[in-house]
Write a protein that binds this ligand. Structure first.
Ligand code: SF4
Ligand code: SF4
Length: 317
């Protein structure tokens, strides 16, 4: 039973639903008609008009400045801090378990694999799983449906962050579009189509700012979640390469040096459990504890661990 895999698909689907439903329920969206920000069903007002312009006294200015800090600056600080904090605590866990784009790229990896026998449209990579390209018709049909429906639905849903979803749907039903709605749907659809057919995880590695922030803060943090390979039981490794073949980020998780592209998806944990038996796999999630300086004995032990790491790196490269 692929517990991690199923939980990951469940969390990805839930997060996609959340992203789609946020503007529908006025939880957060911009109303381009009135130029206002809607948060939890109410217009988000900084209160400058009713505050400062109605009473421009010095006393009131301090009150308005405080309000401005609370309602305009603080929320932005909180929003900007989300990914650095997530990265420092969990590495790129968000990318592997929640990111809607990551989920979409994985879907297209799967379809390309089933049709062409490799993950990428363009070339085979060393860690592509073996997949005999047979019974391709259902996957070709599924791909055709996906390249039409997914970009369009995403375009409609994301345009809802700028134009009220009710307005968008009434325009769709009457087949009469304003320029903003048309541009939003077409623009997002093209982006989704190109990124999921051509760019995929290259975008996660080099372009996505949320991913880069998690990567950077996860890298410098001493306490971020990571995948640990049990070097003490290295001899049990059958070199089946299952852990590498499931890795859509092209990470080689047995290597001791930490790869900043790992999204903590946990697929390598399951691959190794499949090979060596449930609970016997060599990988696990690991959350390092920040500890005090080591004693001499511990330093000896850690030096021995380093030698083991070096031996492993030599063996795998
Ligand atoms: S190394 Fe493992 S956890 Fe990291 S991205 Fe690859 S499969 Fe996922
Ligand atoms: S899946 Fe496990 S047994 Fe297979 S190569 Fe990776 S670490 Fe070794």
């Amino acid at each position: 039973m692929n517990r991690i895999h199923l939980s990951r698909r469940f969390s990805q689907i839930l997060f996609i639903l959340l992203i789609f439903l946020i503007p529908v329920f006025d939880i957060f969206r911009i109303d381009s008609g009135t130029g206002s920000l809607i948060v939890l069903g109410n217009e988000w007002s900084i209160g400058l008009k009713e505050g400062f312009y109605l009473d421009p006294s010095l006393n009131n200015a301090a009150h308005v400045a405080w309000r401005f800090f609370l309602k305009a600056i603080l929320p932005w600080i909180a929003v900007l801090a989300v990914f650095p904090v997530l990265g420092a605590l969990f590495g790129r866990f968000f990318c592997g378990w929640f990111c809607p784009e990551g989920a979409l790229f994985e879907l297209f990896d799967f379809l390309t694999l089933k049709i062409f026998g490799r993950r990428s449209l363009f070339s085979k990579s060393a860690n592509d799983p073996e997949c005999r390209a047979e019974k391709r018709l259902p996957y070709i049909l599924l791909t055709l449906l996906s390249v039409v429906i997914i970009p369009l639905v995403t375009g409609i849903a994301l345009t809802g962050y700028f134009v009220a979803p009710k307005v968008i749907w009434s325009q769709i039903l009457n087949w009469e579009f304003t320029f903003g709605v048309k541009a939003g749907i077409i623009g997002v659809s093209i982006y989704v189509l190109v990124s999921s057919l051509i760019v995929r995880h290259t975008l996660c590695k080099y372009v996505c700012s949320a991913g880069l922030m998690q990567m950077l803060f996860g890298w410098v943090s001493l306490a971020s979640l990571r995948i640990k390979f049990d070097t003490a039981r290295m001899a049990e490794c059958t070199d089946c390469k299952g852990c590498e073949k499931v890795c859509f980020m092209n990470v080689r998780p047995r290597l001791p040096r930490r790869d900043i592209n790992c999204v903590n998806c946990g697929e390598c944990i399951e691959a190794c459990n499949r090979e060596l038996g449930e609970g016997r796999g060599l990988f696990s999630f690991h959350k390092p504890k920040i500890s005090l300086p080591a004693s001499e004995g511990e330093m000896d032990k850690s030096a021995r661990g380093c030698n083991g790491h070096e031996r492993l790196e030599r063996r795998l490269t």
